[in-house]
Design a protein around this ligand. Structure first.
Ligand code: FPP
Length: 249
């Protein structure tokens, strides 16, 4: 029996976030450049998107470029930006046909002009689609997202538009890039690293983590099914005890 057949398709995560890691190591193993590894990683993106469609996952967030990634060698940064532009431009029609809605989280303003323009055109082209929401984290930092939220709320308080005692979790949620997106139930990180790396720090408060040694360019739909199957074997308690969960069910 394949893992897909074992998955309960009515209870798959609504939102899966992925830290795609290991492109560089994969490339080194093949005696290729790091950029070659990123290029092959795009095929894995296609695979997880198909896998998400097949398993009724509604939101797929991929960590494509962090604010820390600017510190990589200039040629790698430029190569990654070019890869994003060419991939989105080549794939947008197919994504549109597949009813995929593209959006981003992160600060788009620091991206090269052609990259920002390509992303905005992809949002426009797919904005009415109702299938999988593909969310690319680009120039993203969770700490910066929270700093910006605090600044915005402080500004509203100073201007008398907001009462300090009225600040609650929702006030913060509304200021995040993800204000319209439900929190992920499952976070996957590839390549054997067990870190969160400044990704969705607020949003993963109750998220299940799944770590795999598979390097991102080798990640296939079956690896996604494995992660979902593993997730379904867990009991999510949200701070309650098992008995309370059984009663609620
Ligand atoms: C991490 O591997 C990967 C990245 C920082 C970039 C991910 C980008 C892609 C898969 C391609 C573009 C994607 C889209 C959505 C079009 P690493 O370089 O840190 O690998 P290493 O840890 O082995 O060095």
């Amino acid at each position: 029996m394949s893992t897909l057949e074992k998955i309960d398709l009515k209870n798959t995560p609504n939102h899966i976030a992925i830290i795609m890691d290991g492109n560089g190591r994969w490339a080194e193993k093949q005696g290729e450049s790091r950029l070659f590894g990123h290029g092959i990683g795009v095929e894995s993106v296609r695979e997880v998107l198909k896998g998400a469609q097949e398993t009724n996952v509604k939101y797929l967030t991929l960590y494509a470029f962090s604010t820390e990634n600017w510190n990589r060698p200039k040629a790698e940064v430029e190569g990654l930006m070019n890869l994003l532009v060419t991939t989105i431009s080549n794939e947008v029609d197919e994504l549109n046909k597949n009813n995929v809605k593209i959006s981003t989280i992160g600060d788009l303003d620091r991206l090269p002009g052609d990259c920002k323009a390509e992303m905005i055109s992809a949002f426009e082209c797919t904005k009415t689609n109702t299938g999988v929401n593909l969310i690319l984290a680009l120039n993203y930092s969770a700490k910066l997202e929270l700093v910006n939220a605090v600044k915005s709320i402080a500004n509203d308080v100073v201007n008398g538009e907001y009462d300090i005692d009225a600040i609650d979790e929702q006030t913060i949620v509304q200021q995040l890039y993800t204000s319209e997106i439900p929190d992920p139930e499952l976070l996957i990180r590839t390549s054997g690293e067990h870190r969160v790396s400044n990704f969705l720090l607020w949003q993963i408060a109750y998220t299940e983590f799944y770590f795999t040694n598979v390097l991102w360019p080798d990640f296939r739909k079956e690896n996604l099914y494995d992660a979902i199957f593993d997730y379904q074997s867990r009991e999510r308690r949200f701070g309650l005890v098992s008995e309370q969960i059984e009663k609620k069910a």
